[in-house]
Structures are given as C-alpha cells and as structure tokens.
Write a protein that binds this ligand. Sequence first.
Ligand code: NAG
Ligand code: NAG
Ligand code: NAG
Ligand code: NAG
Length: 523
Amino acid sequence: MHAVFVFIVTLALLVLASVACPSTRRRRIHAQNYPGLTDQDILQEGKPATFVTPGQTYRIATGSTVVLPCRVTPAGAYVLAWKRGIAVLTAGPVKVTPDKRVRLLQSPVSTSSLTGIPELSGEGYSLELKDVRPQDAGDYVCQIGTMEPREITHTLEILVPPRIHYVSHSGPLEVLQGATVKMECRASGNPVPTVAWTRKNNVLPSGERSVSGLSLVIQHADRHSAGQYQCSADNGVGQPDTRHITLNVLYGPEVETERSTVHTGIGLEAQLVCIVHAEPSPQVLWFKDTAQLGTTEQHAAHARGNRYTLVIRNVTSADFGNYSCVASNSHGKGRGQLTLTGTAGLAVFDSPPLGTEKDTYNISWSVNSHAAITEYRLFYRQQPHHHHGHHQELIFNNSKMIYRNDWNSVVLPGAGVTNLQIPLPPPFPGVTRQKMWYTVRSLHPSTTYEARVQARNQHGWNKLSPIFHFTTRSNDMENMVEPSAQPAVYGISQQGMAPFSSGVREKLSSAFSLIVVLVVHLF
Ligand SMILES: *[C@@H]1O[C@H](CO)[C@@H](O)[C@H](O)[C@H]1NC(C)=O
Ligand SMILES: *[C@@H]1O[C@H](CO)[C@@H](O)[C@H](O)[C@H]1NC(C)=O
Ligand SMILES: *[C@@H]1O[C@H](CO)[C@@H](O)[C@H](O)[C@H]1NC(C)=O
Ligand SMILES: *[C@@H]1O[C@H](CO)[C@@H](O)[C@H](O)[C@H]1NC(C)=O
C-alpha cells in the first residue's frame, strides 16, 4: 500500500513538474551533471519523444545480471516508467518494486555527446535485474508518461542450466546374466537438454563411446557389461549435469586355466593357475583327482583378483597327475582341469627348413625338461603327395602310436643335459632346454620331408611334436626336370615342370614356398 501511494504521489509530482516548467528541470539536471554542455545540445523543443533503443529479446542464464536498455530522445522532457505486466517497477527516478534485485540505471544525458556514438543519444533509463530466475521470464515494458503512452517491450528468456531430476536407479543396479537392462535419466532446463550415455573407462556394450537418448538399453547383460555408467544432460548453458549408475551383473563362475599342462620337475615349486570370473565372488576349491586339497606344508592356495593359484612346494613324483579348480557361487559352478607332469614339453625344431646337402639333412631341435632326456624318437618321411586329398597322419590308439610304414623312425639316446646351469625364467622355472641333432641320410635331392620328434625322461614320454618340414638341396638344373624332383618344384610349372598338386601346396606355408621358389630360381 505504501509503495503504491509513494508511486502515485511521485508520478503526480513529476508529471506536474515537467508540464509546469520543463526547461528548468532539464537545465537543472544538465547543469548539475554535465556542466560542459550547452543548452543547444539539449533543447529540442517541439520534437516528439522517440525511443533510441528498440524492443528486443534477451536470453540470459539464471543467476546472471541483465540490463534492459531504454533510451529516449529528446532527453529529459518525459517521465519514464518500467512495467512488467500490470506491475509498475519504476516510475521516474523512483523504484516502486520492493524487489532488491531491481535497480534503475539512469543517465540523464546522452553519452553519445561524449563518445560520438549517435545511437546512444537521448536519455538513458535502463533497468538492471540481478540474479535472474526462471520466473523472471516475460515482457518488460519501458513507457513514456505522455498523454498518449508510448512504449518499447523487451522480452526476457531465462536460460536454465540442465538438471537431472530423475534417475531410474539410485543405488547399484544388480541383474542376472542375460537380463535386459534399461537405465533412464530425465532432465530439465532451458533450452531442453540432450541426455547422453557414456561408461567410465570403457566403451558402451554396443561398442560406441557415447549414445544419446533418455534411456540406455543393454540386451543380454554379461560380465563385460558390468561397470559404471554415466548419463549427462547438456543444453549449452552452464555445466552439464551428470549421474552415475553402477551395474552389477550376477553370474556363475567362468573358469579358464592359464596353462592346462604344467611341466615341472622333482624338488621344484609348481604353480597351477585358474582364471575365474564370477559375481558374486566365488569360493574356489582345489582337487587332485577326486581328493580335495587343503592348505598343508606341501600345498597352498592363493587368490589375487580373479587369479587363483595352487602352489605345490617341493614337487615329488606323487604330485604328478590331474588337478582341478572348482569355483562356485550362488549362481553356479565352474571347473578348470590341469595336468602337472614331469615329462618334457613339446620339441621345437631349430634347423633351417632348407638343407645345404642333396642327400643328407642335419635336423636339430630342443625340448624343455627338468629331468635329463634319456631317449628321443625321430620320425620322418617324404612329404606325401596328396593326389586324392587324403591326409596321412599318425594315428593314436589308446596312447599307443600306430604309424604308417612310410614313416622312418630313429631311436636316439639322450645327449644329456647340455646347459643345466642356465635355468629358464618363468613360466618354466628350473626347466632346462635340452638340444639334440641328427643327420638324416639317404635322402632325395630337392625333396620335402616331414618330421616329428618325441622325448622321454624319467617321468615318461612327452607329447609328439607338431610336424616340421625340411627340403633337401636341389640338384643341377638338368636333374631338376626329372619327375622324381616333383615335390620341390612348387611354383615353377611355367618352366616346363610337372604341375604341383594343390594338396602339397596347401601344406606349405606361403613363406616357405617363397623361399623354395627363390632358391630354385637362383640355381
Ligand atoms: C623336498 O622333499 C624331499 C623328500 O620329501 C626332502 O628330502 C627335501 O628336503 C625337501 N626339500 C625342501 C626344500 O623342502
Ligand atoms: C588325466 O586326465 C586325462 C584325461 O583328461 C586322462 O587321460 C589321464 O589318464 C589322467 N591322468 C591321471 C594320472 O589320472
Ligand atoms: C647339426 O646342427 C647342430 C646344431 O645346429 C650342430 O651343433 C651340429 O654340429 C651339426 N652337425 C653336423 C654333422 O653338421
Ligand atoms: C585300436 O586298438 C584296438 C586293440 O588294441 C583295435 O581293436 C582297434 O581296431 C584299434 N583302432 C584303430 C582305429 O586302429
């Protein structure tokens, strides 16, 4: 009531004053504030009042300050008022609204006379609004208090930073493996924010870095989909708003072994390792055959992350055999099978695939074995011609080997441990590399042979090695055209050689074929 009264009285007084003696008021104002200006700058009698500043739309972020300009020319002759709807904010120099955020910025004379910018001529009567809020949005009218009111209208749009006001899951989200997961975030703001989904330190299950949309759907959740997800709302105003959702996927143990066969030796320490993925964390038990292993002087079980290790200290021959790790949680059970053996690892050939002699070849290999190798078995034969596309392989029957009669076999006594002083680093601690070579005789020139080798130590025979191919040196050119040289003439059929069979070519690696072709061309 008081404010309205003050306003009416003030308005009445001001209107009276300006009507009664306008020039006096103008002169008084100017004389006080801009003594350098002459009356010629000011007195423009007879001209109607016009707005120098047009009505505009202002987009302002909440919390910031806006100045709504209102400038009238000629200066000083009129009473100005700011209104919002029917509410009067200011009347003349008097602030009517009790809102502390509102301030009138009055400059009684043109700053343009001083700065030389004609657009800013006239009397300034700007409205400052501090700390703007969403409810401040709307039209602001600057009105001239003449008999026929004139006005300009500024429209204020309030930009509101994004705010997420709904998240589908506030705590951690737990689902069963295979479930479909839907996460949702809703956000408000002006303009309407866009919501995007990302994942902490990872791509989304779809493989994308980020997807936009109010919800994120994960089909068939598995352990790879578990983790922390983030929804982020952004509308370009202020900082984006983000929320986190932690997804836990519950599933039964998935067990892998680090190495299914572990080669060791008497007196060594052996480690059997199972990698177990499970949620919640599994209980892991170790078995040798069917007997559960407890922690003893001889055995110790460790877990580190998802790596479960059974340590067997001071291995004896009784420790060799089949082990299993059995992992279980409330969602299931998983098992890993491992074999601890004292036999040698697979033989690895290290002689060059291309021999230097026509009828002999020095084949060499090595095996890793803690115990000394007592015996080797070398098998070799001319590489079969696969005319009918049949593969001739060694056949195993109840771990007894039946080899076709075209395999030559040589039994060789072990050469003893050559470098027992240099044990290998993990994963074969204490295991030594044992080398062997043998000169194969009575071979055909330019012929490819295949060989396999097996080694025996005090713990038995190891597994037969994979096939190794070697080729004897070619004869002179005139001999090379003999049909017997067929297997070695790969790739040179354009020189009049018998065409090679596709089966033979398949068996060779392309790199090896290349070497053969190169060498044949050299000779
Ligand atoms: C390993 O076991 C053997 C026989 O059981 C024993 O003689 C030897 O002292 C043990 N070695 C270690 C390091 O425990
Ligand atoms: C270990 O298991 C394999 C089959 O996985 C079997 O052939 C072998 O006889 C088993 N060894 C022992 C010592 O039980
Ligand atoms: C065969 O090769 C091995 C290793 O490359 C070498 O030590 C050995 O002396 C060779 N034997 C002959 C007879 O050349
Ligand atoms: C495996 O050996 C058994 C007898 O030891 C024999 O009856 C069977 O035919 C053999 N199988 C093959 C595929 O040679």
